[in-house]
Design a protein around this ligand. Structure first.
Ligand code: SF4
Length: 360
C-alpha cells in the first residue's frame, strides 16, 4: 500500500459536530400551513410540477406530496417515480444527492429543491477528488458507492448500491471474483463485509444520525420493554445492529411495523420515518432507539439536520421564483447514469421489487 493510499484509507471522513448544522424544524401556525398548502397546490398545477418527498422530511411535506399526486419514498424510488411521472418539473424534498439522482435519471426534466444547502454527511465525507485518487490506487478493485454520494463520485464508480440490495449485489460481485472498494458509509460497509465475508476496502465516512445510536442505551431500553422488537437501519454501528431483530432499509422497516405482529417497536433510524410508520400501523407503539449512552453527543438528535431544511415556505418560494434548479455537467451526468442503471437492471434481473427495497 502506498503512502497516499494508506493516508486516504485511514483518514477519518466523518464530520465533526462543528460541521453539522443544528436541526431546525419549520414552525407554522395552522392558518399559515393551510394557506401554504393551497398556494403550493396551485403552483404545482400551474407549473406542471410534481412533489417527491423523502421519508425523513416533515410530515406536512409528505402529506402534501401524497395529496397532490406526488410520492413519498426512499431516494432511488423517488428518482424512479420521477422518471415515470409525466410532469416536466420535479420538486425534490430531500437532500441534494436525491435531487442529483433525479436529474441524472431524468435529464430532460427541470429538477428543483427547496434548499440546495440540504446536504448529507456521507456525501460531504466523500470528496470526489480524494475518492478518485483512492480508487486510482486500486485499479484491480470494483468500485461500489452508496446512493448517498455526489454525481461526481457516482461517475467514478462501477456500481451504485442501496441498503436494500447491498448484500445481494456484493455477493453477486464476489461470485464473479471481484474485490471491492465500498464508499462512503463505514458502518453499512462493515455490516455488509461481516455478512458476506467479501474482500472490501471501506471508505471512512458515516451518517451523523445513525452513527449516534448507542448500544448501551439500547440494551437498557430493551430491558425496560422486553416485548418490543428492535428495528435497525444498517447505517448504524455494528454493536447496535447486533441487537436488532430486523436490519433493513427505510422501506423494509416500515413494512416490518405494518406486517409483524408485535405491538411495540424500538426503531433505530431518523425519527422522520415515524410518520410513515404510524400511517402504516396506527395502533403500534414506536420508541426511538436511544442516542444517550457512552460517548453520546446528540449531534443530530435522531433527525437529519439537512432533511429538516425542507419546509413549506421554501417549497412555495422555489416554485414562485424557479430558483434552486439542479444542474449537472453533461459528461458527469452521463457517466453517473451508468452505475445507477446497472443497479436498476440488477434489481430487475433478481426480480426484486426495487420499489420498496431501496433506501438512503
Ligand atoms: S440521515 Fe444521514 S444518510 Fe440520510 S441524508 Fe441525513 S446525514 Fe445523510
Amino acid at each position: 500500500m502506498s503512502a497516499l493510499t494508506a493516508e486516504l484509507t485511514l483518514k477519518d471522513y466523518r464530520l465533526t459536530p462543528a460541521q453539522v448544522p443544528p436541526t431546525v424544524a419549520e414552525a407554522l401556525e395552522p392558518a399559515e400551513k393551510a394557506e401554504l398548502f393551497d398556494r403550493i397546490q396551485r403552483l404545482l398545477a400551474e407549473q406542471d410540477a410534481t412533489l417527491v418527498a423523502h421519508y425523513y422530511t416533515a410530515a406536512e411535506l409528505q402529506e402534501l406530496a401524497e395529496a397532490t399526486g406526488g410520492y413519498v419514498s426512499d431516494s432511488l424510488d423517488m428518482a424512479r417515480f420521477g422518471s415515470e411521472c409525466r410532469s416536466s418539473t420535479l420538486v425534490v424534498a430531500g437532500v441534494r444527492f436525491m435531487g442529483e439522482t433525479a436529474k441524472i435519471l431524468n435529464p430532460e426534466k427541470r429538477v428543483l429543491m427547496p434548499d440546495l444547502a440540504a446536504d448529507c454527511s456521507l456525501d460531504l465525507g466523500c470528496p470526489a477528488d480524494e475518492f478518485t485518487a483512492f480508487c486510482d490506487q486500486h485499479p484491480d478493485r470494483t468500485v461500489v458507492v452508496y446512493a448517498n454520494t455526489s454525481a461526481a463520485v457516482k461517475a467514478r464508480s462501477d456500481w451504485v448500491a442501496t441498503s436494500g440490495i447491498a448484500l445481494d449485489l456484493v455477493r453477486h460481485l464476489a461470485e464473479r471474483g471481484e474485490k471491492l472498494i465500498w464508499a462512503p458509509d463505514r458502518h453499512l460497509g462493515a455490516y455488509v463485509q461481516r455478512e458476506t465475508g467479501v474482500d472490501m476496502l471501506l471508505w471512512n465516512g458515516a451518517c451523523v444520525v445513525h452513527e449516534a445510536f448507542k448500544a448501551d442505551g439500547l440494551k437498557q431500553l430493551r430491558v425496560e420493554h422486553p416485548e418490543a422488537l428492535v428495528l435497525v437501519h444498517p447505517e448504524s454501528p455494528l454493536d447496535v445492529i447486533a441487537q436488532a431483530d430486523l436490519v433493513g432499509s427505510t422501506t423494509a422497516l416500515v413494512k416490518a411495523v405494518r406486517e409483524l405482529s408485535a405491538s411495540t417497536f424500538i426503531v433505530a433510524t431518523d425519527n422522520g420515518l415515524f410518520h410513515k410508520m404510524q400511517q402504516a400501523a396506527p395502533d403500534k407503539i414506536l420508541l426511538e432507539a436511544p442516542i444517550v449512552g457512552k460517548g453520546a453527543t446528540c449531534v443530530s438528535c435522531a433527525h437529519c439536520p439537512w432533511m429538516a431544511m425542507n419546509g413549506l415556505q421554501n417549497l412555495a418560494r422555489v416554485l414562485e421564483n424557479g430558483n434552486n434548479e439542479i444542474t449537472i455537467n453533461a459528461a458527469i451526468r452521463e457517466r453517473a447514469a451508468m452505475p445507477i442503471r446497472r443497479l436498476l437492471d440488477f434489481a430487475r434481473q433478481r426480480q426484486r421489487v426495487v420499489l420498496g427495497n431501496n433506501d438512503a
